[in-house]
Design a protein around this ligand. Sequence first.
Ligand code: IMP
Ligand code: MG
Length: 178
Amino acid sequence: MRYPEISKILVPEDELRRTVGRLAAAINLSYRDLEKELMVVGLLRGSFIFMADLVRQLEVPLVVDFMTLSSYGDGTVSSGDVKVVMDLDSSIENRDVLLVEDIVDTGRTFSKVVRMLQNRNPRSLKVCSLLSKPSARVVEVHIDFCGLEIANEFAVGYGLDYRQRFRNLPYIGVIDPP
Ligand code: IMP
Ligand code: MG
């Protein structure tokens, strides 16, 4: 193995492909009657690979924008302290917005960003997350499009990092943090 820290492969590449395809099909169906382009909002940096694969399978007219939040610092335990490091470029007022996240863990980040975006009065706001750890939830959140539920382990790869590493893995693996 190229990365001795990876203790197992959780989601291999073909399963990621199927999962993204399934999510895209559901999203395509749900936005059949758009008035304007869909605004796909990615949370950086974790969602960048997932979002790149997802938008290429969306068949509705869309624009993309990104937002960077800080929540974890460099570790593996959620602090619950979420700040906007880089805000969206464009206004979402009266727009149909799809928020794209890599993983919902405690739910703190998601609930805060959803509340923040709702306050900007979008026409609609739906959320999509590739992964979810239901057993780690501290704040209840509704995920409109959820890829896969995983156990309470630390997942890396396909955009997800541990201390900024492993984002480039084409699969999702598990590491045992020291
Ligand atoms: P939450 O606020 O606890 O839901 O944490 C959400 C954020 O923490 C995600 O956007 C990820 O960046 C990060 N995170 C949570 N769990 C993991 C994991 O297992 N691997 C990598 N990042 C994670
Ligand atoms: Mg993230």
